[in-house]
Design a protein. Structure first.
Length: 485
């Protein structure tokens, strides 16, 4: 397979000594370097943080981080020596940013680079506006070549803050140079969803209200808040998961056929879906927070007893929603979204439920219920697709049995690239298809504004369960049920 070609550039990471860099970005950058045309190296890595390190000190940190992620020590040492640099930001004054610019330009001169730059802000969201303004003041928002700014979710905490963040970004950077990264969009199944729908007429021809009864989107997490408690207790499941991950999966599932595979054509269709979602009513939402429970023989603590969580916290750890997309394709088809922490298993999937046959015309007694066909698109833990259909059991009687056809990426292609690897290559190539646009962010926040302004009651559920029993009402009122739990 041909190696992707990218323009030679400097990849600048702010927050270069932080947890995200050590756990996710460094291993992904190392893997990406092995997939690119690398003679000479496609990118130089310039780490930026407040710590007063030199190149040697930061390279040692890089070596340790890569070794912890399974890279042989000698290989990690060589990789760090050949491409890694460091610039201390000290107190992040104007003088510090001037020194950063001088260091960046010195690397470009020494390596004969054309001036292409990535600025990756692996920082808390509240720090982003300050860094963006400082980059603009230092003359780094525009360079000799292309410049790309990358920010991690969350993109604001509500509609007003998202709009303010976009204003801050656009004051210094053009929208086409801003890459808002949501790692769920880098998963192979998410990318293949477009191909699955639009390259297979078998499915696209039935992808509408005439053939589909309802759709479920599930992101289930088995873990609690772990070491994210300070952030999570401010955000909660709605801001952390629903507004970003689940909404992205919803829009990709419900979008119409784009005019082309151009990035903006695809993102235009996603925004149309969000704009067509009917106002959320109080009865369409269930919020929950996990209490004490069990997982097997292990006792699980209540959310309010987790380290770093306020004992009086009213933050939700579970959200279930019923949404309606008022388009010709989806009118009358409910979308059920569900996510939570401390659920029985870790699983992310989209389940498309087709309608039942309109008439039962087989001889023999009518069974209690004819099982409708379902298409399950699994993102984790085992990425792939599964189609459930009905067969007759051997024998004289008409007895039905559900069987499943499945496709697993691991069986067909072996281990898949990490989502960050996929997105980093797209970033370096300048392909924004899998990144989130400004109007998409704001449209998503508009959908959930009523819930944030007037949150429904917080309901308890035992850790290790599928959430509050009250959530069964959302599909149940329309004659449906959750696929599991």
């Amino acid at each position: 397979m041909a190696r992707p070609h990218v323009d030679r550039h400097v990849f600048v990471v702010f927050g270069a000594t932080g947890d995200l860099m050590r756990r996710k970005l460094l291993p992904a950058l190392y893997q990406v370097s092995g997939t690119l045309e690398e003679h000479p190296p496609a990118f130089r890595l310039l780490g930026c943080a407040r710590q007063g390190l030199d190149d040697g000190g930061y390279r040692s940190l890089v070596e340790r981080s890569l070794a912890e992620n399974g890279v042989p020590a000698a290989t990690a040492r060589r990789w760090a020596r050949d491409r890694v640099h460091y610039a201390s930001l000290g107190e992040s004054t104007a003088a510090d940013y001037a020194r950063l610019r001088a260091r960046l330009e010195a690397i470009e001169r020494a390596e004969r680079l054309p001036g292409h730059r990535v600025f990756y802000l692996a920082l808390p969201s509240e720090a982003i506006p300050t860094v963006v303004r400082a980059l603009g003041a230092a003359g780094l928002a525009k360079g000799p070549g292309w410049t790309r700014l990358v920010i991690e979710k969350p993109f604001g905490t509500d509609l007003a803050s998202a709009q303010e963040l976009n204003r801050e970004l656009h004051a210094e950077f053009d929208e086409r140079s801003i890459y808002r990264i949501d790692h769920y969009l880098g998963k192979e199944t998410v990318q293949n969803l477009l191909v699955f729908r639009f390259a297979n007429m078998l499915f696209e021809s039935v992808w509408n209200r005439d053939r589909i009864s309802h759709v479920e989107v599930l992101v289930a997490e088995q873990l609690g808040v772990e070491d994210r408690a300070p952030y999570y207790d401010r955000a909660g499941a709605l801001r952390d998961m629903v507004q970003s991950h689940l909404t992205q999966l919803l829009s990709l599932t419900a979008m119409d056929v784009p005019s082309s595979m151009d990035a903006d054509a695809i993102r235009n269709e996603k925004v149309k879906v969000l704009a067509a979602i009917a106002p959320v009513r109080p009865g369409d939402v269930v919020r929950g927070q996990y209490g004490p429970g069990r997982s097997g023989r292990r006792r699980l603590r209540a959310y309010r007893h987790e380290d770093g969580v306020r004992r009086t916290s009213t933050t939700e750890t579970y959200v279930a929603l019923r949404l309606n997309v008022n388009t010709w394709r989806w009118q009358g088809v409910p979308f059920f979204l569900r996510t939570g922490k401390r659920l029985p298993e870790k699983r992310t999937e989209i389940v498309v439920h087709f309608r039942q046959p309109p008439v039962w015309f087989f001889r023999g007694p009518l069974p209690p219920e004819v099982t409708a066909n379902t298409l399950t698109i699994t993102l984790q833990p085992d990425e792939g697709f599964e189609l459930a259909f009905e067969l007759k059991r051997p024998g004289h009687a008409i007895e039905l049995e559900t069987h499943r056809l499945h496709f697993l990426y691991s069986e067909a292609f072996g281990p898949l690239a990490d989502a960050y690897q996929t997105l980093l290559v797209d970033l370096m190539r300048g392909d924004p298809t899998l990144f989130v646009r400004a109007d998409e962010v704001e449209a998503a926040w508009k959908v959930y504004a009523p819930i944030l302004e007037r949150p429904p009651p917080l309901l308890p559920y035992p850790a290790g369960s599928w959430g509050p029993k009250e959530a069964e009402r959302l599909p149940g009122e329309l004659g449906h049920a959750w696929s599991e739990g």
